[in-house]
Design a binder for this molecule. Structure first.
Ligand code: NOJ
Length: 561
């Protein structure tokens, strides 16, 4: 017998009718290199994206966030920007961007760009000017003398997120012998945000794109811009080589209080525009309480809350991270955000394809490889579908990373010679990095490249698996039970079924069940291995598996009325 012991209410600040779009939006993440290729060179581009806009409209998303599309030498897949006011030639032109924004808006899809303010490319005019010894140019970056008798040691002990020291020594020219800081790849020198020219430049870049109708920005490494004064050693906080997603504690490179002043300035720029322009922070900080500081009323609008994407498949842990996300966002009057995956982490299907020990949240979740277990993709896909129904029933903003709606798995067996992520090289070939979640999408039920590229003989920039025809958009459109059709149904129902005040009322059922009610609708998910009876009289409006009636099977979620 199902027991209802007690209910607990969580309140969210999202007001029902009049809430702005970004407080409840479903945002689709377009990883442009891998979305659709319009010119047949094997690399996704704006032409490909324009041609597929009807697909996004049919899916039912409110906005899309496009990963960096600026000119770039691609030392880190475009997160090394050479010119913030132009388009990477492999992706198109400013005119293509203009047309894309207009067409997306005509379909009711808002456009969010990715701004990369922590670092530029080493090919950016500013860094070249610095290396050439131009007066004032070096002060836009962090150039320092080294330690040791001949300055042969880096200025401090900071490690690059991708592996190895966060410093590279200049080997020629006017700055020969100096070291420059790069928290990521050597081709991504960190900007010095104590320099007023840097601040003015980025406010101008924001205005450049806002003037072109862009609706907002996702801010890359939003917690990294300001470093502790004097760039002190991490003093053991960070003695271990760290990973992109490690909780970065109170290291002097991250989450310094001075960063908030920058975002107050950015908010003032955005607030000059109508309709509203918005910001989303990518900030890997030590707690949701620290994250909430970025969301104070005169700062950013939302921030990714990443605990959801590293929580093992366990009902009680899901409950805890959901409560924490809602409560901490509410403490500053912001909506929570829900992310199951993105271009930096193992795809959801694969993350859920292996056993789910409770300690996973602290350890190995990032790359999804643990205990040398073989992945069970059918199980992972089943759980990922259930997780999507939980995500889309929660109050706030939900992000869908391209391919998630197709139930794609991580490609874990890429040949080493195909790998592109700088993590692979910088980790000394010990960390395979993020290429496995960035594989070009399969559109048609053919063979490689599955309609990804305009030309059937195109060689995609990362190879696609041999068996992906079955996961293609074309195959899934025909199958009523496909993951694509599940997402379409969920997004169609979401605005009416979950449009209430956003309060989450937990129902106490059993330890393997997370079940909540919002405004007369309920969402139930079963993370255990036994079926559980559903409430008598409740109608199943949507289920993550076919044929659910009366009982909720393992690894399944339902929306009830
Ligand atoms: C976070 C981005 O999501 C990631 O892909 C990138 O490598 C780093 N920031 C550095 O820009």
């Amino acid at each position: 017998m199902r027991k209802r012991l007690r209910t607990v209410w969580r309140s969210s600040p999202v007001a029902p009718e009049e809430s702005p779009w970004w407080q409840t939006a479903v945002v689709y993440q377009v990883y442009i290199r891998s979305f659709a290729d319009g010119n047949g060179d094997g690399v996704g581009d704006i032409a490909g994206l324009r041609a597929r806009l009807p697909y996004l409209a049919r899916l039912g998303v409110d906005a899309m966030w496009i990963n960096p599309w600026y000119p770039s030498p691609m030392a880190d897949a475009g997160y090394d920007v050479a010119d913030y006011r132009d388009i990477e030639p492999a992706y198109g032109t400013l005119e293509d961007a203009r047309a894309l924004i207009a067409e997306a808006h005509a379909l009711g899809i808002r456009v969010i760009l990715d701004i990369v303010p922590n670092h530029t490319s080493d090919q950016h005019a500013w860094f070249r000017a610095a290396l050439a010894g131009e007066s004032g140019a070096r002060r836009r970056y962090h150039f320092l003398a080294g330690r040791g008798a001949d300055g042969e040691l880096p200025p401090n002990d900071w490690q690059s997120v991708f592996g190895g020291p966060a410093w590279t020594r200049v080997d020629r020219g006017p700055l020969e012998g100096q070291w420059y800081l790069h928290l990521f790849a050597p081709g991504q020198p960190d900007l010095n945000w104590e320099n007023d020219e840097v601040r003015a430049e980025f406010e101008d870049i924001l205005a450049f794109w806002f003037d072109r109708g862009v609706d907002g920005f996702r801010i890359d490494v939003a917690h990294g811009l300001v470093k502790a004064a004097g760039l002190p050693d991490g003093a053991g906080v960070d003695a271990e080589p760290h990973t992109l997603l490690q909780v970065q504690g109170r290291h002097p490179a991250w989450d310094q209080d001075g960063v908030h002043d920058i975002y107050r300035g950015w908010r003032a720029v955005a607030d000059r525009y109508a309709p509203e322009r918005i910001f989303i922070a990518e900030a890997w900080v030590s707690s949701n309480a620290r994250l909430a500081r970025y969301l104070r009323p005169d700062e950013l609008h939302t921030a990714f809350q990443f605990d959801f994407l590293r929580t093992p498949w366990r009902a009680q842990m899901l409950r805890e991270v959901i409560d924490d996300a809602i409560d901490s966002a509410a403490s500053v009057g912001a909506p929570p955000t829900w992310v199951l995956s993105n271009h930096d982490v193992t795809r959801t299907v694969t993350r859920f394809s292996r056993s789910q020990p409770a300690h996973l949240i602290e350890t190995d979740w990032e790359r999804g490889r643990w205990e040398d277990e073989r992945p069970d993709h059918a199980l992972g896909r089943r759980r990922a579908r259930a997780a999507a129904l939980v995500q889309l029933a929660l109050p706030g903003t939900a992000y869908v990373y391209q391919g998630e709606e197709l139930g794609l798995e991580e490609v874990e067996d890429l040949p080493d010679e195909a790998r592109q992520d700088p993590t692979w090289v910088q980790s000394g070939f010990t960390d395979v990095g993020r290429d496995g979640c960035r594989i070009p999408l399969p559109w048609t039920e053919t063979s490689v490249p599955y309609g990804f590229a305009a030309h059937p003989a195109a060689v995609t920039w990362l190879p696609q698996p041999e068996h992906w025809a079955e996961h293609s958009v074309e195959a899934q459109e025909r199958d009523p039970g496909s993951t694509l059709n599940l997402y379409r149904s969920a997004l169609e129902l979401r605005p009416t079924m979950w449009r209430d005040t956003g309060d989450v009322k937990w129902l106490e059922v059993a330890s393997d069940i997370a079940a909540f009610e919002r405004g007369g609708a309920q969402c139930w998910v079963n993370t255990g291995d036994a079926g559980v009876p559903l409430p008598a009289g409740a109608a199943v409006v949507l289920a993550s598996e076919p044929g659910v009636d009366g009982m909720l099977p393992p690894d399944t979620a339902v929306w009830l009325r």
